[in-house]
Design a protein around this ligand. Structure first.
Ligand code: C2E
Ligand code: MG
Ligand code: MG
Ligand code: MG
Length: 292
């Protein structure tokens, strides 16, 4: 084993329980240092308004450039960050960095993009959340109505009373609130009206099954109708093709996000698109004649 490659090989080929426990310990240790070492960065995925055919917001998505393992996706380290409590400082870094970068983009381009940020369960339950967001937005000078927090269905359903209170405090501050990964949990639709939500994000596993599972199209359609009666807008996640888009547009879905429009972009890629008005229009998927 080479001196440098040793730990790597160990990680990739470990199979027994002890080895896996050690691997987690090593990764947790790396995670602890990652903030100080500036190994995190954010990418931004455009959200498209389906009436206007234009980008109206972006979702910030976290990435970790690990010194040995390379670029890691959130699925590879967010659960560990949750368990170790490191999600609190990491989540704070995400909020701060995303708000700062979007504010800069706004000053540079004059475009008011909505910024969506994911909150983990632990962050959502943190008693300091509301006041720390208030201070952060004031410091950065980002309008409160441009920040949207995405909270998963399972986080909200875990403790409905507390969740309702926290959501109301955030809403009073002027933020908008979205329920993420909708359809994957086991929440009853009837609970939705307890929460002051502005947007509901239909999970991509649903979108994926639209063409093959008739019952999923029926459910998706019902979700859209029901959300609209409560004054909630619907965002479809994970749109990968024209068929999915056309179905959702025909069912009056409000917004969409997915590789069909754009993969998550680095800030400099996003800036390039936004700086130039024509490129903003390039996000537009309608044929020129279809535009309102
Ligand atoms: P999410 O919030 O539901 O984010 C959407 C995920 O779907 C992203 O994965 C995005 O890259 C992916 N996606 C978008 N369009 C498509 C598509 O057309 N097809 C497919 N197959 N996938 C698509 P990503 O970036 O790997 O993030 C995964 C999850 O990690 C997120 O799911 C979110 O729950 C969590 N996450 C990401 N960033 C953060 C963060 O800053 N804080 C917290 N707490 N969680 C985060
Ligand atoms: Mg999300
Ligand atoms: Mg989601
Ligand atoms: Mg519409």
């Amino acid at each position: 084993q080479s001196k440098d490659g040793g730990r790597d090989e160990f990680r990739f080929y470990s199979s027994n329980a002890n080895a896996q426990a050690l691997e987690r310990l090593l990764l947790a240790n790396d995670l602890r240092k990652a903030l100080d070492h500036e190994e995190f960065y954010l990418v931004y995925q455009p959200q498209i308004d389906l009436d206007k055919g234009q980008i109206i917001g972006v979702e910030a998505l976290l990435r970790w450039n690990h010194p040995v393992l390379g670029h890691l996706s959130p699925a590879q380290f967010i659960p560990l960050a949750e368990e170790t409590g490191l999600i609190l400082p990491i989540g704070r870094w995400v909020l701060l960095t995303a708000c700062r970068q979007i504010r800069e983009l706004q000053q540079l381009s004059g475009v008011r993009l909505r910024l969506a940020v994911n909150l983990s369960a632990k962050q959502f339950r943190d008693v300091g959340l509301v006041s720390s967001i208030r201070e952060l937005l004031a410091d950065i000078g980002l309008e409160t109505d441009l920040l949207e927090l995405e909270i998963t269905e399972s986080t909200l359903m875990d403790n409905i009373d507390n969740a309702t209170r926290t959501l109301h405090s955030l809403r009073e501050m002027g933020l908008t609130l979205a329920i993420d990964d909708f359809g994957t949990g086991y929440s009853s639709l009837s609970y939705l009206h307890h929460f002051p939500l502005q947007r509901l994000k239909v999970d991509k596993t649903f979108v994926r099954r639209l063409s093959t599972h008739p019952e999923d199209s029926a459910i998706t359609e019902a979700i859209i109708v029901m959300a609209h009666t409560m004054g909630i807008k619907v965002v479809a996640e994970g749109i990968e093709n024209k068929q999915e888009l056309e179905f959702l547009v025909s069912k009056n879905c409000d917004e969409a996000q997915g590789f069909y429009f754009s993969r998550p972009l680095t800030m400099s890629q996003l800036t390039e698109k936004i700086k130039d008005n024509e490129s903003v229009q390039a996000f537009c998927f309608f044929a020129a004649g279809d535009q309102p």
